[in-house]
Design a protein. Structure first.
Ligand code: ATP
Ligand code: MG
Length: 822
């Protein structure tokens, strides 16, 4: 079959010369793409894979193979002779990046062909680019050894700034201030630009905080997450050397989940995609391929701009748009439920969702009494799927723990589910990538390491200078801080001057003992850094060795060892785990995958490249642990049920999904009550959740939920009413479905849906002849048993625990159960 490789003029193979960093690589006929690259692709998918020159937008629904297209496209480009290092793919999580890299490798077979390929998140890419080019980029205060401040550091800094400006945290809540600053940066507004726009009293104060916060960041030679994007955008715009190096290197740009990019990311993508400076832009636009689904845009609250994907064709008038259509992930009932739901969003362009897969099971909606019943229901449901999925002939295969997941809107909902699964001995993991690095002992250890990597990092120094206690108390640090501010030097430098000068240097009134303690502290840090020379003369050495030294010599480990509690013992283990994680990191570290290297043969991508110096390795490690996200910790290989927020679920798929807490105020979240646009984002979040399910989906709502210790009556989520009766079964554990909460009558009054599924409204009606949880029954074959759960609707089922036969799921219509309890 002809493969539409050349949509333009005949290619010139010499242009793909891997030795020319300026080559604008063009696919050639040779070597022929491996058959594997096209295996299992539909025609539109194949078109998207092979349309390699010029801007391309793949706009398609969930599970339609967008991510598959990106992966295959990379493999295809390489198989066409494009050097891997000319390809840059951007994904939403580090984990997605790792998977993509691994799949490309698998497609192309063993060998070094994919060396130098860059697959990264925007943030990780920006961090690397800033490190590489910061020194020439004219960003005041920024050098390549900068630290990256995470949310907790940001908050600490904002609090310090508020105190410094005498602003009360009651009027200026630190979290809201951080959010305002973050939103401004996502719009590429820096402090002066924000100040220029600040119209009202509140904003003028925020502008003052913003300015002081920026000053503090730069003094500490630190950037926050948003700066990674903002400063990279600015650097690419204003620093020709950085811009040209990137453009020269990356000829092919691919972006997954494009619907969730923010303005800063759009600008970065546009700047990267531009033609190399001095040469004419490609006549039809850059080789930029973006894939996404506007219906899955769920990060608007964090600055994502759905307009980026909707306006792609305006931005690149020559763009080709390829829809993919067919869904390959979910059963037809699940897909129909998702479709009906998302049609309630008015601000969208409709896309048909369809599948040629068999209908599979209906979506099960269960009304529970409270969160404990909800958790037990999920547990029972999982057990049934895991244990007796295969008892009846023709029934679906058993589903293993790793293929099951629980989604919730907010982290607080996980606790009861966790307790229930733990008590029942069901293995589970929580997708909280940051959890490990947020532990007190790990934050302390990282504080030391960050100070080693960046001596100007005052926030880290403040964290660890007296942990463990070493006689440098808060009052002392207060004085040194004042001195540092007067001298305009970082805290560590002020401490050093204090220690060196027998007269006390900048802080003459300190006690001799305190000065001695300070001197010991400075010597310790200098011992690790060699005052910049880094552990030895050649700058090499083991990262794990450094981490081990730091937690030993700082006294951190000894401090926890001295504690006698189990928690202390666990902390010692965690510190050991940090050493292991450093070792893993350095073993796996591939400088050729580093976007800050040239990638081209003869540069860092070359197998002969020496190991990076320890300082660079340490910075890369710190970056790695700082940029970790919840989704990064998802590892199905662990053989456990995964628990995660709906936001972390993006891009993933599971055979069985339980979505809990479908209640007003939770999903949709109360935050969304103010604007219709926010409500639509909540609906998209629900849509994302539903469309993760391949075979089975249960959605639960609890009538009562404990909120701040009080059992509170809830209102079922409006999204439940928007699900199409034809494709769901409703079961009622709490005896409330026929009550005022959520009856069929209610549903009928919910107004006509735009789904056209209104005609099927009757079929979701509850049946089940009064059988409820706890009913005692007799079955002709299995004997006497007690009902655990009942689903209602057209093929109503009951899960029954029989005294002799164990747990079974029975279709009520055929089973002819005899009721024994009335
Ligand atoms: P999302 O919008 O949720 O990110 P997506 O569009 O990226 O979804 P993929 O994750 O690429 O979709 O694919 C969904 C599932 O369908 C995957 O399991 C994938 O392997 C499978 N798939 C994709 N294309 C095909 C195909 N042509 N034939 C069979 N299975 C396919
Ligand atoms: Mg995807």
């Amino acid at each position: 079959m002809r493969t539409d490789v050349h949509t333009r003029a005949e290619p010139d193979p010499s242009k793909a010369d891997p030795h020319s960093t300026l080559a604008r690589g063009t696919p050639t006929d040779s070597p022929l793409p491996a058959a594997d690259i096209f295996a299992g692709l539909t025609d539109p998918q194949r078109r998207a894979v092979t349309y390699t020159e010029g801007p391309l937008l793949v706009l398609a629904g969930p599970g339609s193979g967008k991510t598959r297209v990106i992966t295959r496209r990379i493999a295809y480009l390489i198989s066409c002779g494009i050097p891997a290092w000319q390809i840059l793919a951007l994904t939403f999580t580090n984990k997605a990046a790792a998977e993509m890299r691994q799949r490309v490798g698998a497609l192309l077979g063993e060998g070094a062909i994919a060396r130098g390929l860059t697959v990264s998140t925007f943030h990780a890419l920006c961090a690397r680019l800033l490190r590489r080019f910061a020194d020439g980029a004219d960003i005041p205060g920024l050098t390549s050894s900068f630290a990256i401040y995470d949310g907790a550091d940001q908050l600490a800094l904002v609090k310090a700034v508020l105190a410094q400006l005498n602003l009360s945290t009651a009027n200026f809540q630190p979290r809201s201030v951080v959010a305002r600053i973050s939103a401004a940066k996502n719009e590429l507004l820096d402090a002066p630009a924000f100040a220029a726009r600040a119209g009202n009293f509140y904003d003028r104060h925020i502008a003052r905080v913003f300015t002081a916060y920026e000053h503090a960041l730069r003094t500490a030679c630190a950037v926050d997450f948003d700066d990674l994007l903002l400063l990279t955008a600015r650097m690419l715009r204003h620093t020709a050397a950085a811009r040209n190096a990137c453009r020269d290197r990356w000829q092919y740009l691919l972006i997954d989940e494009y619907q969730d990019t923010n303005h800063a990311q759009l600008v970065i993508a546009s700047l990267l995609a531009g033609a190399p400076d001095g040469s004419p832009a490609p006549p039809d636009g850059p080789n930029l391929c973006v894939v996404g689904d506007p219906d899955q845009s769920i990060y608007g609250w964090r600055g994502a701009d759905i307009g980026n994907i909707l306006e792609f064709e305006e931005q690149y008038p020559k763009a080709t748009v390829i829809p993919l259509g067919e869904n390959f992930r979910s059963g037809a009932h699940i897909l129909a439920a998702a479709d009906a739901l998302i049609r309630h969003n008015a601000l969208r362009k409709h896309k048909d969702l369809y599948t040629s897969r068999p209908p599979g099971e209906r979506v099960e909606v269960v009304l529970c009494n409270d969160e404990h019943d909800e958790a037990r229901l999920v547990l029972d449901w999982f057990r049934t799927l895991q244990e007796d999925g295969a008892t009846a002939p023709g029934a679906p295969d058993r589903i293993s723990w790793k293929d099951m997941t629980v989604f919730y809107r907010t982290n607080a909902l996980s606790r009861v589910i966790e307790d229930t699964l733990r008590n029942a001995g069901v293995p589970y993991v929580i997708a909280r990538g940051t959890a490990f690095y947020e532990r007190e002992e790990i934050r302390h250890a990282l504080g030391y390491l960050r100070l080693v990597a960046n001596p100007a990092d005052d926030v880290s120094l403040g964290r660890i200078v007296n942990t463990p206690a070493r006689g440098i108390g808060a009052a002392t640090i207060g004085r040194v801080e004042t001195a540092a501010a007067e001298l305009g030097v970082p805290l560590l430098e002020a401490l050093r001057r204090t220690a060196l000068d027998h007269a006390g240097g900048p802080t003459p009134d300190l006690a001799v003992r305190t000065r001695a303690a300070i001197a010991r502290f400075v010597r310790m840090i200098d011992g690790w850094t060699g005052r910049g020379a880094f552990m030895g003369h050649d700058g090499t050495g083991s990262l794990a060795g450094l981490v081990e030294r730091v937690i030993g010599e700082s006294g951190l480990e000894a401090m926890y060892r001295a504690g006698k509690t189990d928690a202390d013992a666990e902390r010692v283990e965690n510190l050991a785990e940090l050493v292991s994680s450093a070792r893993e990191f350095e073993v796996a570290f591939d400088p050729s995958a580093d976007p800050a290297s040239d990638g081209a043969p003869g540069s860092a991508a070359d197998p002969a490249t020496p190991r990076p110096p320890l300082a660079a390795l340490l910075r890369a490690f710190l970056e790695h642990v700082t940029l970790v996200s919840d989704a990064d910790s998802i590892d199905p290989a662990q053989g456990a049920v995964t628990l995660m927020t709906l936001h972390a679920a993006k891009g993933l798929e599971f055979r069985a999904v339980a979505m809990v807490g479908l209640e007003e105020g939770l999903l949709p979240h109360s935050r969304a009550s103010e604007s219709p646009a926010d409500l639509e984002e909540e609906r998209r979040l629900c849509f994302v959740g539903i469309t993760r399910a391949m075979e089975r989906l249960v959605i639960t709502t609890a009538r009562y939920r404990t909120i701040r210790g009080l059992s509170t009556r809830t209102i079922p989520s409006r999204f439940l009413r928007e699900l199409p009766p034809d494709h769901i079964t409703v079961s009622d554990q709490a005896g409330i479905a026929d009550s005022e909460d959520w009856s069929d009558d209610d549903r009928a009054q919910g107004g006509p849906t735009r789904s056209g599924a209104g005609s099927a409204r009757e079929s979701g009606r509850l049946s089940g002849s009064g059988l409820g949880t706890g009913s005692l029954v007799r079955h002709a074959q299995f004997g006497v048993g007690r009902v655990l759960t009942v689903t209602r609707g057209r093929d109503a089922r009951a899960r029954i625990l029989f005294r002799d036969a164990g747990e079974k799921t029975i279709v009520l219509e055929y089973a002819k159960l005899e009721r024994l309890d009335r």
